[in-house]
Design a protein around this ligand. Structure first.
Ligand SMILES: [Zn+2]
Length: 306
């Protein structure tokens, strides 16, 4: 009887210990049966919600929205020396107070809290969001919360409490020196739960120039890791960040909690479930319209001459 009780207790402890033990598909093996993305809803029912992220953006089904104006980035150029952490699922950098975003069709000002990345295996496909089915090698998430909140957990209770700016990466022939502070610190945090101080950086240096940030997609979704809370206003910028193949590969030297190479750290795309994805009116469209007007005027001028 006592033995049965002990066995039952052991089983119970094992099950509860595994409840929070989520992982990416790349971590699953027969001797390490962690909760892969299709099982995340066992730990967090929100992961089975109807407004989940990431998604595949089908560009021809996006709707232009003139309210999606340019963002105002405040103190994004401020240089800070933060710490960078291998949290067992990704690399994450806490952002000191001060950097905010407004405009961009957002209802209020949001302040930057942290940024982290999602990537593939040795430079292979690894972004979470895809555009017309294309998966980029890496994706940056700069997580913001409404300025009136003091912690992310409170912000997550508000259906629009969190705004994440998503940026894609593309393979370039030359190294992007602006990423040296991040990439050179990776070798000090290969093991899970390790933290190191990073050489000073600004958010501005990590993202494309401001004039290239007017083309973006907008939709309502969720966090892409458990608890999968549906309180995120997503922005996905069209203009990618260049990194060399070696720079992209450096992220695959990190290790998960279980000691395996930290690769393919993305959740598969989720059903759209009738959500509408909006797009900002792009400068490219305006430019071509201007060209058309000029051409028309020229043509009219020519016809007058005849
Ligand atoms: Zn993320």
């Amino acid at each position: 009887m006592q033995l049965l009780f002990s066995l039952a207790l052991l089983l119970f402890l094992t099950l509860t210990a595994e409840a929070g033990d989520w992982c990416y598909q790349s971590q699953f093996t027969c001797d390490h049966q962690c909760k892969t993305p299709n099982l995340w809803n066992n730990a967090d029912s929100d992961c089975a919600g109807r407004f989940q992220s990431p998604i595949n953006v089908v560009t021809r089904k996006t709707l232009p929205d003139e309210r999606l104006t340019a963002f105002k980035f405040s103190d994004y150029q401020k240089i800070f020396s933060g710490s960078i952490k291998n949290n067992g699922h990704s690399v994450q950098v806490q952002i000191p107070h001060g950097s905010t975003i407004s405009g961009g069709g957002l209802s209020t000002t949001y302040k930057a809290v942290q940024f982290h990345l999602h990537w593939g295996a040795r430079g292979g496909p690894g972004s979470e969001h895809t555009i017309d089915g294309e998966q980029y090698p890496m994706e940056l998430h700069i997580v913001h919360m409404k300025h009136r909140y003091t912690d992310l957990n409170t912000a997550l209770k508000d259906p629009e409490g969190v705004a994440v700016l998503g940026f894609f990466y593309e393979k370039s022939n030359s190294a992007n020196r602006k990423y040296d502070p991040i990439i050179s610190s990776l070798q000090s945090i290969t093991e899970a739960n390790k933290t190191t101080s990073m050489k000073p950086v600004s958010l501005t240096q990590l993202i494309p120039a401001e004039q290239n940030l007017t083309s973006y997609y907008r939709y309502k979704g969720s966090l892409t890791t458990p608890g999968c809370t549906e309180s995120v206003v997503w922005t996905l910028f069209e203009s990618p960040i260049p990194l060399s193949s070696d720079q992209l590969k450096a992220f695959s030297d990190l290790k998960f909690h279980d000691g395996k190479p930290m690769v393919d750290t993305f959740r598969p795309v989720q059903p759209l479930n009738n959500r509408q994805v909006f797009r900002s009116s792009t400068t490219a469209v305006i430019a071509s319209a201007a060209v058309l007007v000029v051409a028309l005027v020229a043509a009219l001028g020519m016809s007058h001459l005849n």
